[in-house]
Design a protein around this ligand. Structure first.
Ligand SMILES: *[C@@H]1O[C@H](CO)[C@@H](O)[C@H](O)[C@H]1NC(C)=O
Ligand SMILES: *[C@@H]1O[C@H](CO)[C@@H](O)[C@H](O)[C@H]1NC(C)=O
Ligand SMILES: *[C@@H]1O[C@H](CO)[C@@H](O)[C@H](O)[C@H]1NC(C)=O
Ligand SMILES: *[C@@H]1O[C@H](CO)[C@@H](O)[C@H](O)[C@H]1NC(C)=O
Ligand SMILES: *[C@@H]1O[C@H](CO)[C@@H](O)[C@H](O)[C@H]1NC(C)=O
Ligand SMILES: *[C@@H]1O[C@H](CO)[C@@H](O)[C@H](O)[C@H]1NC(C)=O
Ligand SMILES: *[C@@H]1O[C@H](CO)[C@@H](O)[C@H](O)[C@H]1NC(C)=O
Length: 796
């Protein structure tokens, strides 16, 4: 009894705490007078002043003790100045999440729309979709903020390239291509942040924000915890990324540069690892120099959580005392500490003379300006009316379904001509669903998930088509450690009109802090698939849930498998999308955003080898489609449709001429012995005037089949033959277009020669080579619709 009373009391106290955070609008006369304060005394609430001036005023009125406490993610606020507590750490990787503590589902909002994981959404190759999801997720965030259960600063998206197929965090990213990660970042960030009407205000530091996004983890961070065959452990807290300037400019920094310059993101997070010996958060060249200097960030730089501690305890960087460590990162340009080192040690660092108070002020002002832009001080009329009805709305759940459908990748079909997708709901009524993901729920959400509004499992989805389902797990779980459940699955497949095997990986196999050992399906999964497929009466559809590629070489050409579908981790509506594709209500058009390497790829090079280019002396193959020339299970960009598309080039621009000024010089390149060498090898991209798009490519896309559908038109460029070290090809544009059966639509690409035709030299110069480049449309040269054509660059 007593304890029941106590827990009710605790509940009431908790509810009070929640409601006191309600509608956190700092500059509100009522809340000031409720605290016995007079708002007119505080110039930081004077709306006639600019944000920087107001922020400076606020900081100037604080004591040093008060200041340092606000620079950890759990800022306690300053009562005497009317500043409430604020937790900076919220996440919105694919919908509002409760990771971090800044947002929660314990109060009036029990769940939020859980969109597909970014790797799945990326597979849709639809910029407009990425923007829409950002917009919907931020509407839910803003609604939750009004109800006092969410923050306004979200530490998403993750835009590290998937350099190695073993990386555990692949599901959080947009795959292996830096350009795709960058385009995703720009669209998702703008969807999250932009307030209609103020996207392009003159002073970016006063531009309104809907919520604040954060591009992470900067930079060259892509090892989590990799255990070698011999048992050695490499983890992100100790890892030193040895990277060349070339790889830095070309691969590791590029998505971040796009995120800051084109997305105008309001925050960047530095990572746990070192880059060439220096912890990223302590590297002033990377932070103040590049992010703030070269890219002109309007916002704040935050550390990954407890990075400063990691720098001391794991990296043992310079055998620092805590005061040295905080001094170093503050001076490098780190504004906010996710952790407690800033609050605990900045004051003593100041006392020791290691930093100046003005360094602290600068960091604080950077953070408060972002809160002002968010309306934390003044509120925001446009969003004030949002509430619980705007979270998990039908519109948002439909968008989650659509996103999952668009992300589905048909890897193989009609291997056995007679039995292929889509299934016919009239003919294929008795369905055996087999595999540990048949009734997947949480597995579809991946990580950094909140609480979803609900689930449609694959079995639920198929049932909606009137199918009679017999479900057998085939394996106890994804580890599939024994063969106990295989026979019941085989028996079910023998009787069914069609068999859908739904299997793959989950967070036990690939996750933050957990890199993969190999590219195989775990345990006895292969055996299970093989046995079920051999005995099945009807067509067998293999559906894989995973982020990274899986070695399914055995099944790609098997006569016993009719079709293979990659579903990624498709979010709360995943099962609906899988069923819609299987029954042909939706014609798939997703493309794999990572190369599906053959199984032995990972035995050829360690995860710790950072270079993207092959290292012939060590026998290491190149990384990603840009530098790996070997055979694959499925190449980057692979994905089929239920119809066929053909391409025809209709634009007629075949060359471009760029002029160098008198004081500008041609840049030398290295060529192989059989190459044609032009007189002027190349020019610095910065020297060529590229303010405007100077290349137009238009492609007519014809749907030559009998079913309406989307096509993802992917445009690649390759530098002239024989330039040593140039990528095999690089993606420079993509568009998802809808083409009705028998019809043609035009896809138009407007490009800048300085980015679309540039390469990065070994000295990290970005140059445009002269000579004959090649554009190609489509990912696979052996496909009948593959289109390629030469494009001349003249430099004089
Ligand atoms: C990076 O380079 C340093 C210095 O040469 C070396 O000690 C370290 O082992 C290298 N790290 C990796 C992961 O190879
Ligand atoms: C097979 O694994 C499952 C768990 O995945 C377990 O419950 C079962 O007892 C195992 N069977 C045998 C025969 O070991
Ligand atoms: C396909 O199934 C048949 C039995 O139906 C079996 O004999 C054959 O080995 C299977 N093929 C493969 C590649 O698994
Ligand atoms: C592929 O790359 C490897 C590694 O650099 C190289 O040795 C080989 O010659 C290349 N093969 C082709 C066909 O270009
Ligand atoms: C697509 O074209 C290929 C080759 O021309 C043909 O075999 C196939 O049946 C076509 N598929 C569809 C769905 O039209
Ligand atoms: C050199 O470049 C030519 C094309 O100009 C290419 O065919 C050849 O494979 C290259 N040779 C080497 C050794 O890379
Ligand atoms: C595509 O472009 C061509 C050439 O400019 C034009 O003739 C044609 O009408 C366009 N088609 C569509 C569907 O817009």
């Amino acid at each position: 009894m007593a304890s029941l009373f106590k827990s009710i009391l605790l509940f009431i106290i908790a509810m009070l705490a929640v409601s006191s955070a309600l509608a956190a609008k700092v500059c509100d006369t009522k809340s000031f007078s409720a605290q016995g304060l007079d708002m007119t005394q505080f110039a930081y609430c004077d709306k006639s002043l600019g944000y920087r001036i107001r922020a400076k005023n606020l900081v100037d009125t604080m004591t040093i003790e008060e200041k340092v406490k606000q620079l950890g993610n759990q800022a306690p606020g300053v009562r005497r100045l009317g500043i409430p507590a604020y937790n900076w750490w919220s996440e919105i990787l694919h919908g509002v999440s409760d990771v971090g503590g800044g947002s929660n589902f314990n109060g009036p909002v029990p769940g939020a729309t859980s969109f597909p994981t970014p790797i799945t959404t990326t597979a849709a190759f639809n910029q407009d979709l990425w923007h829409k999801i950002g917009k919907a997720a931020s509407t839910e965030a803003r609604a939750m903020n009004n109800l006092g259960v969410a923050g306004l600063t979200f530490w998403s998206p993750v835009i590290n390239v998937v350099r190695d197929p073993r990386w555990g965090r692949t599901l959080e990213t947009s795959g292996e291509d830096p350009f795709v990660n960058g385009v995703y970042a720009v669209n998702y960030v703008r969807g999250l942040q932009d307030v209609e009407g103020s996207e392009n205000v003159k002073d970016p530091n006063s531009r309104d924000l809907k919520v604040a996004a954060c591009c992470k983890h900067y930079a060259a961070y892509d090892i989590d915890q990799w255990v070698t065959y011999g048992g050695a452990v490499w983890d992100r807290f100790h890892y030193n990324s040895n990277v060349t300037e070339q790889d830095m400019a070309e691969t590791f920094l590029r998505p971040f540069e796009m995120c800051v310059k084109e997305g105008d993101v309001s925050s960047v997070m530095c990572s746990y690892n070192r880059v060439n010996g220096i912890p990223t958060c302590a590297d002033s060249r990377l932070l103040s120099g590049t992010i703030r200097g070269d890219w002109n960030l309007h916002g704040y730089i935050v550390s990954d959580c407890d990075s400063i501690e990691v720098m001391m305890d794991a990296h043992k960087f310079n055998d620092d005392a805590p005061e040295d460590a905080v001094a170093q990162v503050l001076q490098a340009g780190l504004d906010m500490d996710c952790g407690s080192f800033y609050p605990n040690y900045l004051q003593s660092a100041l006392d020791k003379g290691l930093i100046k108070e003005s360094d602290i002020d600068k960091a604080l002002i950077n953070t408060y300006v972002v809160l002002m832009r968010l309306g934390w001080f003044d509120g925001h009329k446009l969003f004030d009316s949002l509430g619980a009805k705007d979270v998990c709305s039908k519109e948002h759940i439909d968008l989650a379904t659509d996103a999952a459908r668009q992300g589905m990748v048909l890897l193989a079909n009609a291997v056995n001509e007679a039995n292929h997708l889509p299934l016919d709901p009239k003919k294929h009524k008795e369905i055996a669903v087999v595999g540990p993901h048949g009734e997947a729920t949480a597995a579809m959400l991946g990580n950094y998930a909140g609480k979803p509004c609900g689930f449609v499992t694959p079995v639920d989805g198929l049932k909606k088509y009137g199918a009679n389902i017999v479900y057998e797990t085939g394996c106890g779980d994804v580890h599939c450690r024994n063969t106990t459940f295989i026979w019941p699955a085989v028996r079910a497949a023998r009787k069914a009109d069609a068999t859908v095997i739904i299997t793959g990986l989950n967070l036990d196999i690939e996750a933050e802090g957990n890199d993969r050992v190999d590219l195989e399906l775990p345990g006895y999964q292969n055996l299970m698939i093989r046995m079920v497929a051999a005995e099945a009466k009807g067509p067998v559809i293999l559906v894989i849930l995973s982020a990274g590629g899986v070695n399914i070489a055995e099944f790609t050409e098997s006569p016993n498998i009719s079709a293979i579908l990659w579903a990624g981790y498709p979010g709360q509506q995943g099962g609906q999308a899988i069923a819609d594709v299987i029954y042909g209500k939706y014609n798939p058009a997703g493309r794999v955003p990572v190369t599906w390497f053959e199984g032995d790829y990972v035995w050829k090079l360690p995860m710790t080898s950072m270079p993207l280019r092959p290292i012939d002396e060590l026998g290491y193959p190149g990384r990603t489609y840009k530098f790996f020339n070997g055979s694959t299970i499925y190449p980057f960009g692979h994905g089929l449709s239920y119809t066929n598309f053909s391409y025809k080039l209709i634009s007629n621009q075949r060359s471009i001429t760029k002029k160098l000024a008198i004081n500008q010089h041609c840049q030398q390149l290295h060529y192989n012995s059989s190459a044609y060498i032009p007189p002027c090898h190349s020019a610095l991209a910065d020297d060529l005037k590229c303010d405007k798009d100077d290349i137009t490519i238009q492609v007519a896309v014809t749907n030559t089949g009998t079913m309406d559908g989307d096509d993802v038109v992917m445009l690649y460029s390759s530098a002239p033959h024989g330039i040593i070290d140039a990528p095999i090809k690089q993606l420079v544009g993509f568009q998802r277009v809808f083409v009705p059966a028998g019809k043609t639509v035009n896809a138009t690409f407007s490009l800048k020669s300085c980015t679309a035709l540039s390469i990065v030299t070994s000295s990290a110069y970005i140059v445009v080579p002269s000579g004959e480049h090649t554009f190609s449309v489509g990912s696979e040269p052996d496909q009948p619709n593959y289109l390629h054509f030469p494009f001349q660059v003249y430099i004089n």
